[in-house]
Design a protein around this ligand. Structure first.
Ligand SMILES: *Cc1c(COP(=O)(O)O)cnc(C)c1O
Length: 395
C-alpha cells in the first residue's frame, strides 16, 4: 500500500485544476498585457481567476495580487508594512516564535536593518492568545504578522480576535494563511485582515503560484521590479496556466469545504487516538484548535529521520516537521518553540492528510508507526538507558 501523508509539504493536483490549466499552454497563450484579441482572451481568463480567488476570501478582485507562491507573498507583505512603518518612525513588529521561514527570515533581515521584532511565546497550548498580541502592541508597532495555522503542528491561531485588536489599535495585520486557505473558512473582511498570503500547491493546485490579498489602499512595495503587471505591484508576465489552475483548485476546495473538513478531521482524530497509545509519546500542537489534516507527535528515544525512512519502506510518506528544515540536523524551530527539548524534538513525526486519503490508509499507518517506533527503540542506546533508569524519561 502506498500512503501519501505529507500534504502540508505539498499536495497532488486535482483533476479539476489540471483540466483548468491545459487550455493556457497552446490555445489561450496570449500575454494578458497585449492589446490584440489573443492577449485580451488571456486577460479575461486572468480577470476571472482573480474574481474566483477574491470570492473565496471575501474581498474585491482588485485586492488580489498574484505571486510566485506563499514565500513571495510573505516577503512582499512584511517588507511593505516595514517600509510604510519606517516612514512614520515605527520600527516594531510583532510575530510568533513558530512562523514559517518565509516570515522568520524576512523578519531577521529587517532586524539587521534596525527593526525590533517581538516573537510571541507559543509554549502555552502550543498556540498564542489574542491577549498576547494586545499586550505586545506599542505606539511604534508597524505590523502584526502571525500565521493562520501552523504548518508543522497544526495549531490554528485566533485570527479574528487578533484582527479586531489590530484594527482597534490601528496596526496593520498580515497573516501567512498558506496552510489555512482551502482548508478552513476564511473571510478577510470579517476577520479584519489587512494582508494574507496563500499558495496554490497546498490545496491541490499547481506549485510556483500564490497570491497576496492586500486591503485596498495599503501601500505595497514591489519585491520584483519591472513591468506594470498586477496594478504595478508585481512585475513579470503572469503565469496564466498556473493562476487558472490555482483558482480552479481553490473554488473546488471552497465549495466542498465542510464535507472535506469533516472527513479529514475524522481520519486525523482516529490517528491521534491510535498513536497516543504509544508509550512515551506526545501530541504536538493545539489539541482543540487544530487543522483538520494535521497529526504531529514526538516519540522519545528515536530519531525522526530513521522513522521516516522505515515508514517510507512500508509505503508511508510522512515528514519529521517542515520540508524546509529536512536535510539539516537541527531540530525544528517550531518544536523547540513549543518547549520540546532537543532529544525529544528529534523524534518527531508529522502526518498531514487530505481528502484523498482513505480509512484503509489510516489503518495501515496505525499498524506501521507503532511497529517502526518499537523497532527503532529496540536498537537505540538512548532507549536502553531510559529503560534501565540511567536516564530519565521526559515524555
Ligand atoms: C508552504 C508554506 C509556505 C511557502 O509557500 P510556497 O508557495 O512553497 O513558497 C509559507 N508558509 C507556510 C505556512 C507554508 O506552509
Amino acid at each position: 500500500m502506498h500512503v501519501y501523508a505529507d500534504n502540508a509539504a505539498t499536495t497532488k493536483m486535482s483533476q479539476t485544476a489540471i483540466d483548468a490549466m491545459l487550455p493556457y499552454f497552446d490555445k489561450v497563450y496570449g500575454n494578458p498585457s497585449s492589446l490584440h484579441s489573443v492577449g485580451q482572451e488571456a486577460k479575461e481568463a486572468l480577470d476571472a481567476a482573480r474574481e474566483t480567488v477574491a470570492e473565496c476570501l471575501g474581498c474585491e478582485p482588485r485586492e488580489i495580487i498574484f505571486t510566485s507562491g506563499g514565500s513571495e507573498a510573505d516577503n512582499q507583505a512584511i517588507v511593505s508594512a516595514a517600509r510604510y512603518g519606517a516612514k512614520k518612525n515605527k520600527k516594531h513588529i510583532i510575530s510568533t516564535a513558530f512562523e514559517h521561514h518565509a516570515v522568520l527570515h524576512t523578519l531577521n533581515k529587517l532586524e539587521k536593518e534596525g527593526f525590533e521584532v517581538t516573537y510571541l511565546d507559543v509554549r502555552n497550548n502550543h498556540n498564542i492568545t489574542a491577549q498576547q498580541v494586545k499586550d505586545a502592541i506599542r505606539p511604534d508597532t508597524c505590523l502584526v504578522t502571525t500565521m493562520y495555522a501552523n504548518n508543522e503542528i497544526g495549531s490554528i491561531l485566533p485570527i479574528a480576535e487578533i484582527g479586531a485588536i489590530c484594527k482597534e489599535a490601528g496596526v496593520p495585520f498580515h497573516t501567512d494563511a498558506v496552510q489555512a486557505v482551502g482548508h478552513l473558512h476564511i473571510n478577510v473582511k470579517e476577520e479584519n485582515i489587512d494582508m494574507l498570503s496563500l499558495s496554490g500547491h497546498k490545496f491541490h493546485g499547481p506549485k510556483g503560484v500564490g497570491a497576496l490579498y492586500v486591503r485596498r489602499g495599503f501601500p505595497l512595495v514591489n519585491v520584483i521590479e519591472g513591468g506594470a503587471q498586477e496594478r504595478g505591484k508585481r512585475a513579470g508576465t503572469e503565469n496564466l496556466a498556473a493562476i487558472c489552475g490555482m483558482a480552479a483548485a481553490l473554488k473546488d476546495a471552497c465549495s466542498h469545504m465542510d464535507e472535506n473538513m469533516a472527513r479529514v478531521a475524522a481520519m486525523r482524530d482516529k490517528l491521534i487516538a491510535g498513536l497516543s497509545q504509544i508509550p512515551h509519546s506526545a501530541l504536538n500542537g493545539d489539541p482543540v484548535n487544530r487543522l483538520p489534516g494535521n497529526v504531529s507527535f514526538c516519540f522519545e528515544g528515536i530519531e525522526g529521520e530513521s522513522l521516516l525512512l522505515l515508514l517510507d519502506a512500508k509505503g508511508v510518506c510522512a515528514s519529521s516537521g517542515s520540508a524546509c528544515t529536512s536535510g539539516s540536523l537541527d531540530p525544528s524551530h517550531v518544536l523547540l518553540a513549543i518547549g520540546r527539548v532537543h532529544d525529544v524534538a528529534h523524534g518527531s513525526l508529522r502526518l498531514s492528510l487530505s481528502e484523498y486519503n482513505t480509512d484503509e490508509e489510516i489503518d495501515h499507518i496505525l499498524k506501521a508507526v507503532p511497529e517502526v517506533v518499537q523497532y527503532l527503540r529496540n536498537m537505540s542506546p538512548v532507549w536502553r538507558d531510559l529503560q534501565s533508569g540511567k536516564r530519565q524519561y521526559i515524555l
